[in-house]
Write a protein that binds this ligand. Structure first.
Ligand SMILES: NC(=O)N[C@@H](CC(=O)O)C(=O)O
Ligand SMILES: [Zn+2]
Ligand SMILES: [Zn+2]
Length: 395
């Protein structure tokens, strides 16, 4: 059996506490821009900020699914976001340009009338993806990026990559040539690696060697969850390596999985982590660093597929995400950094224009619905039944 981490190396020390000197030191060791006046700004703002007008955000990591589930969830994303990178982990997965073009058509067909929402499509990387397919993808003008799922890492990843260095290097080299970004679900799948260490081990064994080998490849580490991921992102010059961050990894730690009993609607992958990791990614996104941008990872599953003996991983947050990001930035005294995270850093990284339309977040209490009902069942959203204080309005 391979033991990657002894307890003394990991953050599993029994004396560990989120407010201990050890955690302060760990957080201070992150080389992020500092915001010395944050506390003062937080107090000043909380008394007067009633409305935030901002450039329309984009969602750089979204699961729209297909069929009636697509129809049920698309209006939520289309209402708040200008564009979204649409994940390809359907059944069967979107492995070819032809499939991506057809999937995009099926999304556009069910868009609410008048919506300008623009779905940016992705290809699902497999051991057999060819360099030729990357050329086709680039020529199509429809495929925006390629998604790496290590085989078995997450929902519908069984057709993913088994050996990236052994099987995918020619494809990755072609992606460099075509300036095609690689989006990464960054977890190893080795069952000997503790599930809470899978992101850290992926960074060490796959991502770091990959970026060293292909320094011109544009890589986005999706849904980062750990201080280790923040350190990884900060260790490269701005430009080719960036990360998306979800509302759940900013607002919840792993206690939320077990509060008062098992909480299947808080189960997603990468799984929620310790509080210190949550604090590290809050510091990262609110620091003003341009390497982090909004990616909800909104991942709807029909309620019965979450509340069962082997429940699916994925949190549905498309309808609440903007309110939740605003909550995080407000609580950190960093509302002035919210718009860059939601609306500037993503398009700037990808070389796209920022959206020209606006959205307004109003300080107004609203209750998250308990469920959304659609023809095949119901979906339970993140923070179901709870009251939130920022309400997105069209203008
Ligand atoms: N995040 C999740 O827990 N689930 C996602 C897949 C993914 O993004 O890993 C899904 O498609 O359901
Ligand atoms: Zn993922
Ligand atoms: Zn996802």
């Amino acid at each position: 059996m391979r033991a990657y981490y002894s307890p003394s190396q990991s953050l599993a020390s029994p004396t560990y506490h989120p407010r201990s000197p050890l955690s302060s030191l760990l957080l201070q060791s992150l080389s992020l821009p500092r915001n010395p006046n944050r506390a003062a700004r937080a107090i000043a703002r909380s008394s007067k900020m009633e409305e935030l007008a901002m450039t329309k955000p984009d969602d750089w990591h979204l699961h729209l699914r297909d069929g009636d589930l697509l129809q049920a969830v698309l209006p939520h994303s289309a209402k708040h976001f200008g564009r979204a990178i649409v994940m390809p982990n359907l059944k069967p997965p979107i492995t070819t340009t032809t499939m991506a073009v057809a999937y995009r058509e099926s999304i556009l067909k069910v868009l609410p009338p008048g919506s300008g929402f623009d779905p940016l499509m992705t290809l699902y990387l497999t051991d057999n993806t060819s360099a030729e397919e990357i050329k086709l993808a680039r020529m199509s003008g429809v495929v925006f990026a390629v998604k790496l799922y290590p085989a078995g890492a997450t929902t519908n990843s069984q057709d993913g990559v088994t050996d990236i260095f052994g099987k995918c290097l020619p494809v990755l080299e072609e992606m460099v040539e075509q300036n095609m970004p690689l989006l990464v679900h960054g977890e190893v799948t080795d069952p000997d690696v503790d599930i809470f260490d899978r992101e850290k081990v992926f960074i060490e064994t796959i991502l770091t060697p990959l970026v060293q080998r292909l320094p011109r490849l544009k890589v986005v580490m999706e849904h980062i969850t750990t201080i280790d991921a923040v350190r990884f992102i900060e260790s490269y010059n701005e430009g080719n390596v960036a990360a998306t961050v979800t509302p759940q990894h900013l607002l919840l730690n792993r206690n939320s999985l077990f509060r008062g009993g098992l909480q299947p609607h808080n189960y997603c992958l990468p799984v929620l982590k310790r509080e210190i990791h949550r604090q590290a990614i809050i510091l990262a996104v609110t620091s003003g660093s341009r390497r982090y941008f909004l990616g909800t990872d909104s991942a709807p599953h029909e309620r019965k597929r979450k509340e069962c003996t082997c429940g699916c991983a994925g949190i549905y947050n498309a309808s609440v995400a903007l309110s939740l990001y605003a909550k995080v930035f407000e609580e950190a005294g960093a509302l002035d950094k919210l718009e860059a995270f939601t609306s500037f850093n993503g398009p700037d990284f990808y070389g796209l224009p920022r959206n020209s339309s606006k959205i307004v977040l109003r300080k107004s209490q609203w209750k998250v619905p308990e469920t959304y009902t659609y023809s095949s069942g119901t979906i339970v959203p993140m923070f179901a039944g709870e009251t939130l204080s920022w309400l997105p309005c069209d203008n």
